[in-house]
Design a protein around this ligand. Structure first.
Ligand code: OKP
Ligand code: ZN
Length: 343
């Protein structure tokens, strides 16, 4: 299987994540990509190809243009305000205040566009987030032109990013942008299967009213886990999209047997939908040793479900999402891909 990467994804080098009341070294670090790339080479998965540049048009086919401009300019506006640290939201439009205008001050803008406070914006964020989209679109192009599967080493991840919101380490929704680009290029139906430990609230929101992109997600129950305010099983889509959103929440601590049973149910739904393309939002924070996930998958379980996914027999695009056990992230992500290739 071919993989795609871009060195500019490493330009995001945030030093601060708000966690447990402290500013700590971010879990979503550049070394994650290095470890995956090293493992790809070690097992000889296939060529690691450079990404092409696609510009902002495919990003703006999913995200609001004002939001894209905000991500582009936030760091310089933050610096112009004279702040010393990285840009972190501290105040929000909430129930009983207004959210129908964007404040002028950077503090107001950050709260308007942020869905969570853990994720800081710094000097390289805009470039890295754009490069992550380029990686996804380059891998998509390979799947579309060859029919072969491909893997995008996206970083930062994307599935929490909504039409006009960032957070949960995500800025642009790589999987949603790829799905939209595939539709524009002629795919009739696209299925997104999100296997990250966290619910893909952004992807869900982007396609909630549509039936041309099916969103199916396995994740920890939002009653107990980030992103908390979306991801329950009764969220089935709206209007034309009714029935095209499928959430499979699992309890904290779920083991592989429970997870695999939900995957098989999710796959039956995808098969019946008959998509031209399957996009896998590949988060490996379901790993037992993940520092923030509670699920109990072992490294060999990733190979097993990779094999299972090949049973869909569809053109398949894998895009990296979460996974924070950095020492094993390459093993686990690449196990899915080698499992898929071996089937
Ligand atoms: C991003 B992705 C740790 C709390 C972490 C944010 C999680 C973002 C996950 N102190 N909260 O879905 O892997
Ligand atoms: Zn995650």
């Amino acid at each position: 299987m071919l993989s795609f990467h871009d060195a500019r994804t490493q330009n995001r080098r945030s030093t601060s994540e708000l966690a447990g009341g402290l500013l700590v070294a971010p879990l979503e670090c550049p070394e994650r990509v290095d470890m995956i790339a090293a493992r790809i080479r070690e097992v000889g998965l296939g060529e690691l190809c450079p990404a092409q540049a696609y510009g902002r048009e495919p990003i703006e086919a999913v995200h609001d243009a004002d939001y894209v401009r905000f991500i582009e300019q936030a760091w310089s506006e933050w610096q112009a305000a004279g702040y010393d640290g990285e840009a972190i939201a501290t105040v929000w439009p909430t129930r009983r205040t207004r959210a129908d205008f964007v404040p002028r001050h950077i503090d107001g803008k950050l709260g308007y566009y942020a869905l969570a406070a853990e994720t800081a914006i710094e000097a390289g964020t805009w470039e890295a987030a754009r490069a992550s989209v380029d990686v996804a679109l380059s891998a998509l192009e390979h799947v579309r032109s060859s029919g072969e599967p491909a893997f995008g080493l996206c970083r930062p991840p994307g599935h929490h990013a909504a039409v006009d919101q960032y957070g949960g380490y995500c800025f642009f929704n790589n999987a949603a942008i790829a799905a939209q680009a595939a539709r524009a290029a002629g795919a009739a139906r696209v299925a997104i299967l999100d296997v990250d430990y966290h619910h893909g609230n952004g992807t869900q929101q982007i396609f909630y009213h549509r039936d041309d992109v099916l969103f199916t997600s396995l994740h920890c129950d939002p009653l107990d886990e980030f992103p908390y305010y979306l991801g329950r099983a009764d969220e089935i889509g709206t209007g034309a999209g009714e029935g095209a959103n499928r959430n499979h929440p699992l309890p904290p601590g779920a083991d592989y047997a429970a997870w695999r049973a939900e995957l098989e149910a999710a796959m039956a739904g995808i098969d019946a939908y008959d998509p031209d393309l399957v996009i896998v939002s590949l988060g490996v924070d379901t790993f037992a040793e993940d520092p923030i996930g509670s699920f109990r998958l072992a490294s060999e379980d990733f190979s097993d479900y990779g094999r299972l996914l090949a049973g869909l027999q569809r053109p398949t695009l894998f895009l990296m999402e979460g996974g924070y056990a950095v020492d094993e992230i390459g093993i686990n992500a690449v196990n899915v891909l080698t499992g898929f290739d071996s089937a």
